[in-house]
Ligand binder design. Sequence first.
Ligand SMILES: [Zn+2]
Length: 127
Amino acid sequence: MVNLKEMTGTCVHCGQTKIVKAMSQEEADHTAAVECNCPGGDMERRKKQVKEQLDELIGYLASDNGWEPAKEETFNAVREIADQIAEEKITSCAMRLDDTNLKISRNKGKITIERSKTIKQGGSIEK
Ligand SMILES: [Zn+2]
């Protein structure tokens, strides 16, 4: 059981403070930002949802969904790109991950994350 302390977190986007339960000041500030009602808070919530989706597709929950989980460093690199998409710095990104495709895109504020795999069977028969 982890002991969370009541701390004052400061939203990094607008400076509003909030009493939150956290283990460190950094975490308190992050929680305050995620729960903040400013536009930066909206973005933090989007990033959190993006991270949850990545957990399902390439992270620790991937194997539950039939996907090969990515290595931690790969996961972190993809997350970095996904964050930039949530921050509206990148519009979309498509990549090959082993034998699957991963596409992260943003259209009118909506972020779509999809992993897909094409299965082919069959071949040619010589005359
Ligand atoms: Zn804020």
